[in-house]
Design a binder for this molecule. Structure first.
Ligand code: CA
Length: 226
């Protein structure tokens, strides 16, 4: 899950980047409002962590601009403890949630997971598609009732496909959800991970749509025909 962090404070931004990466998020970090606006227009983000007091363009302005052009990405605003008006302004402008500084990373991560789930119409940490279940919190995956051990990148890829089951995802979309800007993918890594997932699960779980990308059908491998 690729998340944009917008925070001009180096210490806090660095802590958010490290802490959220440790919890399985892919993080791009920008330090001002113009940068945030540019990234939101070009990148594909599952959610945004947005500070309000930013150089060059304030966070509320960034949010207002994004909502005005129809961007519905979930936005979590960072506010100071006593800044009730900031929270209200953020919510009124179209933010989805807020966290009060000083930030507890584990709480922020939990709120991000909740926002991303809600944006995908899922009600809990447990994703279930066909014969697959995936727990985004405990990071456990089972297939046809059997636990499956996945490496971090395989898990991230499967989660993205499950969150978007029934939709074709391009290789570029999958890469964007798996890699930070400063850790670019090698050209064949998505194919490699898809291959590994098919081997660990079943070949038919992930369909290749030639010339477009990959699809996890909504009824993926539901029937145990073994
Ligand atoms: Ca700030």
């Amino acid at each position: 899950m690729r998340v944009l962090v917008v925070e001009d404070d180096d210490l806090l931004g660095g802590a958010l980047q490290t802490g959220l990466r440790d919890r399985g998020f892919v993080i791009d970090w920008v330090r001002d409002g113009i940068g945030a606006d540019t990234m939101l227009r070009t990148g594909e983000y599952a959610a945004v962590v947005l500070d309000l007091g930013l150089p060059r363009r304030g966070g509320l302005e960034v949010l207002r601009t994004a909502r005005a052009r129809g961007d519905r990405v979930p936005v979590l605003v960072l506010t100071a403890r006593d800044a009730v008006e900031d929270r209200i302004a953020g919510l009124d402008t179209g933010s989805d949630d807020y966290v009060v500084k000083p930030v507890a990373i584990s709480e922020l991560a939990a709120r991000l997971r909740a926002l991303i789930r809600r944006a995908h119409g899922a009600g809990s940490n447990l994703l279930a598609v066909g014969g697959l279940t995936l727990d985004a919190h405990s990071r456990e995956v089972s297939f046809r009732g059997q636990r499956v051990e996945l490496h971090a990148s395989e898990f991230a890829l499967l989660r993205e496909l499950m969150l978007n089951s029934g939709r074709v995802l391009t290789r570029e979309q999958l890469e964007a959800s798996l890699y930070d800007l400063d850790r670019a993918a090698e050209s064949n890594t998505i194919e490699v991970f898809v291959h590994r997932l098919r081997r660990k699960l079943a070949p038919e779980v992930i369909r290749t749509i030639r010339g477009v990308g990959y699809l996890l059908p909504r009824d993926a491998a539901k029937d145990d025909d073994a």
